[in-house]
Design a protein around this ligand. Structure first.
Ligand SMILES: Cc1cc2nc3c(=O)[nH]c(=O)nc-3n(C[C@H](O)[C@H](O)[C@H](O)COP(=O)(O)OP(=O)(O)OC[C@H]3O[C@@H](n4cnc5c(N)ncnc54)[C@H](O)[C@@H]3O)c2cc1C
Length: 448
């Protein structure tokens, strides 16, 4: 049996950051990780001989914690390719446009610009630490984003665009999201423009060697303090400490930081039981659904056609696509997502059908050359036992106002981290780092 000051459940960005902070402060730690690798929702892969990110990858200029961590680990960034026109397919019609704002009918564009201002106004009324206490929180939390769209938007273009935004950033249908939760997601990500934007937004840059190399480098400094293939099955608290049972044996500590999504935290057996609000929260924060696809070609042929490689659609399953070509252009790569209900349905159809459909979608966006890939890699996050979906756990109506305060509230000797608990860049790598730092500070104070 091993005894340390702090046990950390989960070796994602949040857990690893918490461990690094505590170790730097002279505390003894052990990180208990279910998988045979670190990184969690950040994961490395390879296509046509190039390293890729199968999970989180982009970083924006406002994500200061992530930028600072990358710099500390000597991981450089490079810009997302944006030269040329983007493709938008809506109601079966394909259009191309420049910049982040799609070419829509005039009235739809007018409504979209008003929508953004309204969302900015409303999200700014949410208190950062407790959005559930906002003046209109109850009203906003008693409707879905879809019912809000139905009641408040008039043009088909603005309605479809709002739905695309929700699917792309949360990987859930607007009918599955509380309007209050959606506003909180917008607030924590500095608004819609930053969330969906490339230049100045959350998709501005990528990491040389992949985002995973950041967490890998952080983890290397922890060495034997990380125990892989050690899923935590049960957690027992007493007046003097905590003991945790894993597939690699029992570990003991003064405090525990659980740095995993609520949907996974709810699978741990707690002795004594968690408070009602915490237990209820873990039953009510499902993960989104997403499949990330990479498709490689001999060359980035779309660039020669004046296209940026970015594409979006209201109907197609492969509905958000970006250029992922390596800097030396040794081949052309497109990356994109099948998200929300599309991912659930596509999972039923099997890998071969998904591949054929994805190629068909790319041909519709970029032309017949897209029908000749040289390599194809998919990562289906809905099938990951230790993620249970991605990018993030979300909330339906009624959850945030009733159970939101249980997100970060300490339960005895147990503290909570993970991107779901972040107040800035919730759902992102940056939010995961913020949560790890916060949880480490909480425990530090208690250790004295
Ligand atoms: C396809 C995809 C694309 C994304 N794109 C971006 C992006 O471009 N930019 C961005 O900033 N973010 C992006 N994200 C989100 C980002 O990856 C996550 O926000 C972040 O990785 C979450 O980190 P975390 O440490 O909070 O959780 P996790 O990474 O989920 O870490 C939790 C860890 O706990 C482990 N675990 C779970 N249960 C147990 C248990 N019982 N016992 C022990 N260990 C356990 C898991 O295996 C995992 O390693 C993306 C995610 C995905 C999947």
């Amino acid at each position: 049996m091993t005894k340390v000051d702090v046990l950390i459940v989960g070796a994602g960005f949040a857990g690893i950051k918490a461990a690094c902070e505590l170790k730097a402060a002279g505390r003894t730690v052990k990180v208990l990780e279910a998988r045979d690798r670190v990184g969690g929702r950040s994961m490395p892969g390879e296509i046509a001989g190039n390293t890729i990110d199968l999970g989180g990858q982009w970083v924006g200029p406002d994500q200061r914690l992530l930028m600072a961590e990358a710099a500390q680990q000597d991981v450089e960034t490079y810009a997302q390719y944006t030269t040329g026109q983007s493709v938008l397919e809506m109601k079966g019609t394909r259009k191309s446009y420049r910049g982040d704002v799609p070419k829509l009918p005039f009235l739809s564009l007018l409504e979209l610009s008003r929508l953004e201002k309204r969302w900015n106004r409303e999200m700014d009324t949410l208190p950062e630490q407790a959005p559930w206490t906002a003046a209109l929180a109850q009203q906003w939390d008693s409707q879905t984003l879809e019912s809000w769209i139905g009641d408040n938007l008039w043009t088909e273009g603005a309605k479809d665009f709002a739905r695309i935004v929700a699917r792309a950033v949360v990987c859930a249908e607007p009918s599955q999201l509380s309007y209050l939760y959606f506003l909180e997601y917008l607030r924590s990500g500095h608004g819609m423009e930053k969330l969906i934007g490339v230049e100045g937004g959350a998709q501005q840059d990528k990491f040389r060697g992949g985002a995973w190399s950041i967490v890998k480098s952080m983890a290397d400094t922890l060495g034997d303090d990380i125990v892989l293939e050690a899923p935590v099955r049960s957690l027992t608290q007493s007046e003097t400490g905590v003991s945790v049972d894993t597939d690699k044996g029992r570990f003991e500590s003064d405090y525990v930081i659980v740095a995993i999504p609520p949907a996974l935290a709810g699978r741990i057996f707690y002795n004594a039981p968690m408070p009602a609000s915490r237990d209820a929260l873990t039953q009510r924060m499902p993960m989104g659904s997403v499949i990330k696809l990479h498709v490689a070609y001999e060359t980035p042929f779309w660039r020669k056609k004046g296209l940026s490689g970015a594409a979006t659609s209201d109907k197609r399953a492969f509905n958000v696509v970006f250029d992922q070509t390596p800097e030396d252009e040794n081949c052309g790569i497109l990356v994109g997502f099948i998200d929300a209900n599309h991912a659930v349905e596509a999972t039923k159809r099997g890998a071969n059908a998904r591949r054929a459909e994805a190629i068909e979608d790319l041909m519709a966006y970029f032309g017949p050359e897209a029908g000749q890939p040289i390599d194809f890699v998919e990562q289906n996050w809905t099938q990951e036992e230790w993620s249970r979906g991605c990018y993030v756990g979300h909330m339906a109506p009624g959850v945030m106002t009733t159970y939101g305060e249980a997100l970060r509230a300490t339960c005895g000797r147990v503290h909570w981290a993970g991107t779901e608990t972040a107040t800035e860049w919730l759902g992102y790598l940056d939010g995961a780092l913020q949560s790890g730092i916060r949880a480490a500070q909480e425990v530090q104070q208690r250790l004295g």
